[in-house]
Design a protein around this ligand. Structure first.
Ligand code: ADP
Ligand code: MG
Length: 698
């Protein structure tokens, strides 16, 4: 949500370019731009990341126990005590009234920087030790006679800053311009609602988040702004849900026993009970006349593809086209092959559309889509562009993306299409997110794997134990099975110290895995080359595939029983889980070996989680906790609203309240035509832009 836009749709101070704001010249404007601040409105929404209490300077003799205080004085002695485990740097400060003792643990870096004779100002919590006041890990700065004393205790914001634009300067600029900006901050909600939730008025919140008189006020301001972020989302979701349930109709797809039998006959196996359930739920939606908006959730390898194919074929039998959108070209190709195999010998025609599809083939393909000659299309999201025409699109399936992009939806809508949507994901949506982002989705869960699967055993090895992994691969290959080795990068670019596919292919072939048939696979290869390598691996002409994460999704070779993930610290938790899902697809026991010397606790937690559970749901919850929702969904590609402040994992209660309030608000004022909601309405249409819901509000 762009700040200025959300706040003020008409021409206003909030839209004033940052370079013309007092105290900001063109040089500072550039830095602001880099921070995402282009207008005064953006600046208003450039929130402090923290607050700092600055106490007035006191004589050392007046310090009291257990309070954060500030003094200045001359350094009269320094000492470095290197004793383990906590080496420390010590200094003594004298201001003429008393002495203050200062300690910094792990303070070796201070040796060259603080020395006797200099005057410093320090701030920290005071404690008394043998009647001598002392500060540990104090904040310090060098001052001289010209440095003004801090006379007044102050509570001030700390902004996300850069070297060229320090927090104090941002604070000064905000302070000077806050009046102009605040004048245009308008209330969104009824006073009664604000009173009920005990939140600050909106304008007051924007003032207080920048200029709070104390931490309490800052936190109240924050709460109001988070409430607004959540409300904006909930009202938006509520409107789009109402629209779908109300006026919009989607093509009715009929399904009977005969058709059901014909579709099933296409699959080389019987559906599991879990798949069967999902199929029923989907079929009910498709026949309802209202657009389906369903999330098909099932762990890696649970068999979502045939469920999607079932839905697509239901469409084809009803003379409607279907498209399947994959997150990457490789996966689109893989789907194209899988579906093609199952449809061999049928009358159903299927086309592949990726960036690599030859121009001429694409032109013909697009023509066939427009005429209806092509029944199914497989591609990446780029397939849905302005220049694509459908004869009769009935269903859009999106694989391993969390939503259809807003843009794609808008394109379809502009063509007057209201297809059914099915979104497939192996990442279970944690409850917190299901409540918020996915509130307008119905959910089907495939909660069991196809029969005969063995649980995957996961081990974590240190880099020094890599040979254990190679020996294990040899053993499995000897037993007639195959292995993957996954690495974080294709080439060594010399900058990073992680292993690469090319180097490892070389090294392993000469050393630890000499004599085995190795192949390398990565995303920069041509489609045909990749396909050859994959086919050779599937046909057991190679033993070990050394690859980047191109194998993350979709690759399906049941005879592969080991996956070694090297430099595992470089992968996210959900990604590791996806990679692990490449094995355990056959009836043999499978293994995942993680090689890593984790650099920090976070990474260690990830690796430990991998060894402790194979449950995708637990993994997702943990991943969300470790990373937060933004990164969890892959930044910016997810089509989800970006929050400036709200962290939905921590704001559960407020989220519940917002959901309840949004519902009540829409019941009372479904089209937001009440004058009280004028500004809410404007903010909403700005935020939702061209997506489905908006156009319908106005
Ligand atoms: P994902 O849910 O990860 O997309 P896929 O659809 O790729 O899973 O299916 C994983 C593997 O399981 C594929 O090899 C597929 O052919 C197989 N499979 C799917 N459903 C069944 C089933 N009912 N019985 C046996 N194998 C199945
Ligand atoms: Mg899949």
């Amino acid at each position: 949500m762009s700040g200025a836009a959300a706040l003020a749709p008409t021409s206003s101070a909030l839209l004033r370019p940052i370079e013309s704001v007092p105290l900001v010249g063109s040089t500072r404007a550039k830095v602001f731009h880099a921070l995402g601040v282009k207008t005064l409105g953006d600046l208003l929404e450039y929130f402090p990341r923290d607050y700092q209490f600055e106490s007035s300077e006191l004589p050392i003799s007046q310090l009291v126990d257990n309070q954060i205080q500030t003094v200045r004085g001359e350094v009269v002695a320094v000492d470095y005590i290197p004793s383990r485990p906590r080496p420390r740097f010590e200094a003594t400060l004298d201001d003429g009234t008393e002495k203050l003792s200062l300690t910094w643990f792990h303070g070796a870096y201070l040796r060259g920087r603080i020395h006797p004779g200099m005057t410093v100002r320090v701030q920290g919590k005071v404690s008394f030790f043998r009647n001598i006041p002392r500060m540990v890990q104090a904040k310090w700065e060098v001052v001289d006679g010209d440095t003004a004393r801090i006379e007044e205790a102050k509570f001030r914001p700390v902004y996300p800053a850069s070297l060229r634009l320090p927090s104090e300067l941002i604070q000064k600029i905000v302070e000077q311009n806050l009046g102009d900006a605040l004048a245009e901050v308008e209330e969104w909600f009824d006073p009664a609602l604000l009173a009920k939730r005990g939140v600050l008025p909106r304008r007051e919140a924007y003032r207080a988040i920048h200029l709070p008189k104390d931490l309490n006020e800052a936190m109240r301001a924050r709460r109001r702004i988070i409430y607004d972020e959540l409300m904006l989302m909930q009202v938006g979701l509520g409107i789009s849900k109402r629209l779908r349930e109300g006026r919009i109709t989607a093509p009715v797809m009929r399904l009977d026993k005969l058709l059901d039998g014909r579709i099933r006959a296409r699959f080389p196996f019987a559906l599991t009970a879990a798949q069967q359930n999902a199929v029923w739920e989907i079929a009910r939606d498709l026949g309802s006349g209202k657009p389906m908006n369903r999330l098909l959730q099932g762990d890696v390898g649970s068999g979502k593809t045939v469920v999607a194919l079932y839905a697509m074929l239901t469409g084809v039998a009803n003379r409607l086209q279907a498209v399947l959108l994959a997150p990457t070209e490789v996966l689109a190709e893989q789907h194209y092959l899988t579906l093609g195999n199952m449809l061999a010998g049928s009358n159903v025609s299927i086309g592949l559309f990726t960036g690599r599809t030859k121009r001429q083939k694409k032109t013909t393909g697009l023509k066939d889509l427009a005429s209806g000659k092509l029944h199914l299309a497989v591609g990446t999201q780029a397939l849905i562009q302005e220049d694509v025409e459908f004869a009769n699109l009935g269903l859009v399936v999106v694989d391993e993306q969390h939503k259809l992009g807003v843009r794609q939806r808008a394109v379809l809508k502009s063509k007057g299409l209201a297809p059914h949507y099915l979104v497939m994901t192996a990442t279970p949506i944690p409850r917190t997110l299901a409540l918020s982002f996915f509130a307008d989705f119905d959910v089907s869960v495939i909660d069991a794997l196809p029969p005969g699967r063995q649980p995957i055993q996961t081990r974590w090895l240190r880099a020094g134990q890599a040979d254990t992994a190679y020996a294990f691969i040899r053993k499995e290959v000897q037993a007639g099975r195959q292995a993957y080795i996954v690495l974080p990068q294709i080439d060594d670019n010399g900058l990073e110290d992680s292993k690469s596919v090319r180097k490892e292919h070389d090294r392993l072939g000469k050393g630890p895995l000499a004599g085995l048939r190795l192949a390398a696979l990565h995303g920069q290869m041509k489609t045909e080359e990749k396909q050859e390598i994959m086919t050779a691996f599937r046909d057991r002409q190679t033993d070990v595939l050394i690859a980047t994460t191109v194998i993350e999704v979709g690759i399906d070779v049941p005879n592969a029983t080991v996956i070694v993930i090297d430099n595992a610290e470089r992968f996210g938790l959900s990604q590791l889980h996806q990679l692990r899902g490449r094995v355990g697809r056959g009836s043999e026991s499978s293994y995942c070996l993680l090689i890593s010397d984790p650099p920090n606790e976070h990474t260690e937690a990830r690796l430990r989680a991998m060894t402790q559970t194979t449950d995708g749901f637990e993994i997702a919850e943990m991943d969300l906790k470790l990373r937060g929702p933004g990164e969890f969904f892959g930044t910016r590609q997810h089509g989800l609203p970006e929050f400036k402040l709200a962290d939905v994992t921590n704001e559960m209660e407020l989220l519940h309240q917002a959901k309840e309030d949004a519902l009540a608000l829409l019941t009372e004022d479904p089209r937001l035509t009440h004058p009280t909601h004028r500004h809410l309405r404007m903010a909403l249409s700005k935020q939702l832009g061209d997506s489905l819901a908006l156009a319908q509000i106005g």
